[in-house]
Design a protein around this ligand. Structure first.
Ligand code: NAG
Ligand code: NAG
Ligand code: NAG
Ligand code: NAG
Ligand code: NAG
Length: 498
């Protein structure tokens, strides 16, 4: 159990993988294997898209402020005279997007509409006509900026998702230029002359900026691994089983969502059952994690030996057992081991825990064996007897911060005597004793190991708002809203962490 439920979604130390622009990363990483059922489904509703758009525009704002633009230079004419201009060191100081909306285009992609955006930029300028030459600094306020951009959501040849800018229009309405030196006699003239080339250049550059941001985003997705090593034991396959499907009201993303043993990457012998997320739209984000996902994790950790962790020391130290403790239960022990020798218990999981999800319940069946050993005065150990244990447990899940945290609860268990060097006895006489050991020792120890939980696939910059967990037949559903972390969100190093 220790590792089964802890490593999931961790990605080889790249905790910040779900970084700023990667809200759309939920659409990410696809494989060529089509028409397979997913192990994890994510649905982003309209409200979630609205949130995603805000994240995206905040990101764009930051990128614009950091952007280094090429110089603009050219020849223009005004009235009778021609002039040459150069505008260099263009820096965007301030951007605002008060009016914005994002629409889904069913089966295709999405469309972003921005209106009344404004920006302030600074630059150096140089100007020459046959008559005069001058240079200085300028500040330009752009108002009434509108952008309409439609992007197709598709897949590249490696099976990564890809955004394709299908059409784009950008327009700057108001442009107000201020030069640094207002005293020059030709100030007004210069401002008037520079307005047209500046307006043209800004208009011409709006869509290329959007295009290059999308290309950059695609490049980052392309670098992203589909298979991620979780820890020494397991690898998770986060590829898409098909391109994201887009309806009027939501985007659905189907992930392979399977965990493989890091040592033995053979295909799983079982397939995910189809499942459908409920048709509700009350939350921004729905994450459906199938029974298949948990079963594959259970198997992966079992086959790679993550359960071969004997807990004999922990348990024995905690209970300080001696042969005397057992004398009351199994009197024959006194015959074999007269003195009060220390006793150790060695618990081994003998099969991958069996996981099943039902309406309202997450069940986990464990099979193991408990070897009870006596420690001789010369420190050699002898097995006294071995009990087979089959335990029925259920798991309660809570979400704390961004982790899904399971807690194991014992429902019932059965014992069978598998082996004994102290004569036959009925395993049932050990029931009370084992109940105590399981309840007070084993289960709490497992829960301590599970306490970090499963990091959920959400943005670094995101805070989950009132997430709820519901167990359905065959899958677990997380329904949640999100908001942005209030502080320091847009630091550059948060953006390029893939
Ligand atoms: C502008 O520059 C070009 C090439 O540098 C030059 O041929 C032209 O005469 C210049 N025009 C003016 C008005 O200075
Ligand atoms: C890998 O797993 C398969 C079945 O899951 C098994 O047949 C095979 O022996 C395993 N290989 C190794 C090297 O453990
Ligand atoms: C506990 O069980 C494991 C697995 O069967 C075994 O490798 C280990 O040696 C055992 N420990 C003791 C002290 O017998
Ligand atoms: C340890 O003590 C037991 C019982 O006294 C004995 O049977 C066993 O041979 C001893 N082992 C060693 C390695 O001395
Ligand atoms: C105990 O479990 C093992 C498998 O781990 C099995 O082979 C054996 O038959 C079981 N013994 C009893 C008495 O149930």
């Amino acid at each position: 159990m220790t590792h089964v439920l802890t490593g999931i979604f961790e990605r080889g130390g790249k905790e910040e993988i779900m970084s700023a622009c990667s809200f759309l990363l939920l659409l990410s990483i696809s494989s060529l294997c089509l028409n397979a059922n997913p192990g994890i489904k994510v649905k982003i509703t309209e409200e979630g898209l609205h949130f995603g758009m805000q994240v995206g525009l905040e990101f764009l704002k930051q990128r614009l402020k950091e952007a280094i633009f090429e110089d603009w230079h050219g020849e223009d004419t005004s009235g009778l005279s021609g002039f040459n201009y150069t505008v260099s060191k263009i820096r965007i100081q301030h951007v605002q997007f008060p009016g914005k909306s994002l629409f889904l285009i069913p089966a295709t992609g999405m469309k972003l509409l921005v209106h009344d955006a404004s920006a302030i930029a600074t630059a150096d300028w140089r100007f020459s006509t046959w008559l005069l030459r001058s240079s200085g600094k300028l500040k330009v306020c752009l108002t009434g900026v509108s952008i309409s951009a439609a992007a197709k959501v598709s897949k590249d040849e490696d099976g990564h998702p890809k955004l394709l800018l299908e059409n784009c229009h950008g327009n700057v309405d108001g442009i107000d230029i201020q030069l640094d030196d207002t005293s020059r006699w030709f100030y007004r003239l210069l401002v008037n002359l520079l307005e047209r080339p500046l307006r043209n250049n800004f208009n011409l550059n709006l869509c290329p900026i959007i295009y290059s941001e999308i290309e950059r985003f695609n490049a980052e997705l392309k670098q992203h691994q589909n298979r991620i090593q979780l820890d020494a034991f397991a690898v998770i396959d986060y590829s898409l089983v098909k391109p994201p499907s887009i309806s009027l009201a939501s985007i659905s993303v189907d992930f392979k969502g399977a965990v493989y043993s890091a040592l033995n990457r053979t295909q799983l012998s079982f397939e995910p059952d189809p499942f459908h997320l409920p048709n509700t739209r009350d939350f921004m984000l729905y994450i459906g994690i199938s029974e298949y996902f948990f079963r594959s994790a259970s198997l992966a950790y079992y086959t790679s030996g993550a359960f071969d962790v004997s807990i004999e020391k922990e348990l024995s130290a905690y209970f300080r057992l001696t042969t005397e403790t057992f004398n009351n239960i199994i009197p024959t022990i006194a015959f074999y081991y007269g003195v009060s020798n220390p006793v150790m218990m060695n618990l081994t999981v003998t099969a991958a825990p069996v996981i099943s999800l039902h309406n309202g319940r997450f069940l986990l069946d464990l099979s193991g064996s408990m070897d009870v050993l006596v420690v001789q005065t010369n420190f050699t150990t002898n097995s006294m007897f071995t009990l087979n244990i089959t335990a029925k447990t259920h798991i309660n899940m809570i979400i704390f911060e961004k982790n899904l945290i399971p807690t194991l609860c014992l429902d019932s268990f059965d014992l069978a005597l598998a082996h004994s060097t102290i004569g036959f006895f009925k395993a049932s006489i050990m029931k009370n004793f084992m109940s105590y050991i399981l309840q007070k020792g084993v289960i709490p120890a497992v829960n301590v190991n599970l306490k970090d939980g499963i990091p959920l696939p959400v943005l670094d910059t995101m805070v989950l708002v009132q997430p709820t967990i519901t167990m359905y037949q065959g899958y677990l559903l997380i329904s949640t809203d999100a908001k942005l972390k209030p502080t320091n969100i847009w630091k550059h190093n948060h953006i390029r962490t893939f």
